[in-house]
Ligand binder design. Structure first.
Ligand code: A3P
Length: 304
């Protein structure tokens, strides 16, 4: 263990062709056998794409008016269970089993989070024709955000220095595997499974109100302009960063997320990659990107 990590960091291993760590494969059978309900809503993302942002938007749209107490007492990661995750800890706050949490949710619809590539998602979500919201973020900012997250989160491997991490990320040697495979896999699935709303971090950042309107249309929700205004305000970066129930500070510990290294709500910007990528890295990156991203219908913006 290093100075900042009192527990040994997990190791990556190949799991059905995808790099994973124990915390997200431990409960594999129960996850695969998970029984979705037709009104479940799955929020699917590659890590750092804005999962928490969209989870909170959905939570407020569905329960912001009716479940006031939940807003101030239950952290977002317990309101929106992360189905992939199962870890045990002597610290009660850190104990987590996404499947159990989902099965014990007292409210419906259930909002459920996953980072799995599409082929890992329990079949039941598709069989039940559940609505799925997929959030994607341009890969350069995703990589930077993931790098800082891995510095502070203890259940994933140490990222090492930026130069090494950069190459590892391009090679897909990070937890949940290749970003390229993830965003493409979900994009292709959307062609045959129509109940997916594929949205982008950059759009949300550019115009939150417009994106919430699109989300509501997809979900079949009619909300008043007043509620929409309220939600838009509550999900601004600073509001979420200062909200204990959405900023993950309840997991701040040397065993889980070390906020002395970096906060979860870090910068929330589009284009922060510019402060990290060297010119040489950027050139190398762009060449590699062209090779990997062959579908011209899937386009990202790295600046807005
Ligand atoms: P940065 O590290 O670039 O700041 P996820 O929830 O998928 O792990 O994504 C986390 C990233 O989304 C972090 O990016 C975080 O700051 C950003 N984020 C979360 N809520 C946000 C918000 N309301 N506005 C802008 N960015 C937000």
């Amino acid at each position: 263990p290093s100075e900042t990590s009192p527990v040994p960091r997990s190791k990556l291993f190949d799991f059905h062709g995808v790099q994973m760590v124990n915390a997200f494969t431990n409960n594999w059978e129960n996850i695969q056998n998970f029984k979705a309900r037709p009104d479940d809503i799955l929020i699917a993302t590659y890590p750092k794409a804005g999962t928490t942002w969209v989870a909170y938007i959905l939570d407020l749209l569905y329960f912001g008016q009716t479940e006031q107490e939940r807003q101030s007492t239950i952290p977002i990661y317990r309101r929106v269970p992360f189905i992939d995750k199962a870890v045990t800890s002597l610290n009660e706050e850190l104990n987590y089993n996404g499947v159990d949490l989902a099965n014990n949710l007292p409210t419906s619809p259930r909002l459920i989070k996953t980072h799995y590539p599409v082929q890992f998602v329990p079949k039941s979500f598709f069989e039940q024709n559940c609505k799925i919201v997929y959030v994607a973020r341009n890969v350069k900012d995703t990589m930077v955000s993931y790098y800082h997250f891995e510095r502070m989160t203890q259940v994933q491997p140490e990222p090492g220095d930026w130069k090494d991490y950069f190459q590892r990320f391009l090679d897909g040697k990070v937890t949940w595997g290749s970003w390229y495979d993830h965003v493409n896999g979900w994009w292709q699935r959307k062609k045959t499974y129509s109940n997916i709303h594929y949205m982008f971090f950059e759009d949300l950042s550019e115009n939150t109100d417009r994106e919430i309107t699109k989300l509501c249309k997809f979900l079949g929700l009619s909300v008043t302009p007043e509620l929409k205004r309220q939600v838009t305000g509550q999900v601004q970066f600073d509001a979420m960063k200062n909200n204990k129930m959405t900023n993950y500070s309840t997991l701040n510990s040397k065993e889980m997320m070390d906020f002395n290294v970096c906060p979860f709500m870090r910068k929330g910007k589009v284009g922060d990659w510019k402060t990290h990528f060297t010119v040489a890295q950027n050139e190398k990156f762009d060449k590699d990107y062209e090779q990997k991203m062959k579908d011209p219908t899937l386009q990202f913006r790295t600046l807005i």
